[in-house]
Write a protein that binds this ligand. Sequence first.
Ligand code: SAM
Length: 218
Amino acid sequence: MAYKFVDNYRERGARKKLVEHLASRGITDQRVLKAIGKVPRHFFFDETFWNQAYKDIAFPIGDGQTISQPYTVSYQSELLHINKGDKVLEIGTGSGYQTCILMELGADVYTIERQESIYRHTIRVLPGMGYPANFFFGDGSMGIAAHAPYDKIIVTAGAPFVPEILLKQLKVGGILVIPVGDEHSQTMVTVIRINDTEFEKFELDTFRFVPLVGDQAW
Ligand code: SAM
């Protein structure tokens, strides 16, 4: 598909309103709000659906993909506390919208997707938008050991449990953000690596994600 990278006053205005909406829903990290205000979400949509691009909803965007809800993207991004230069593993590239937000926050992103058509689509489109992440194809429930350890790990699909193998790929002081639950609803979980053997776990709000499918997943 040929993409028209047109970002005019209408889209910029809609993006500003989305930022205000996310702030009103409780997103307080100004850097996250700034990133949402910068990434043109309509670039991920067919032009016919540009009027849907700045609503706070997930949306099917072809190739069997959905683009995540802006609130969910903001919520997970805020929990990661990204510092400039952080090495971040993202499991579930999907549309790549979350990838762009992480990159706007200054992260060096390693992102993995298990569905080949989605992987091929995103690896083609994202660099053209100015977001040349490190793209991988495969089962991210095992992490990517070859590039570990990571400062932060984000899982963008619903897991049945926290995979041990991901905890092992976190640096000391690192943060894992992962939705955990059944197929109907998941609790957002953050795990902080305290030292070589100790981890601290927090359970937060409830969301609904597509399932994480793989060896250490469903
Ligand atoms: N974060 C994306 C965005 O910003 O639009 C949306 C991610 S979508 C909700 C979840 C993605 O995780 C899907 O593309 C799915 O194919 C992928 N996925 C599921 N299990 C996976 C696994 N084990 N490894 C890698 N990707 C996986």
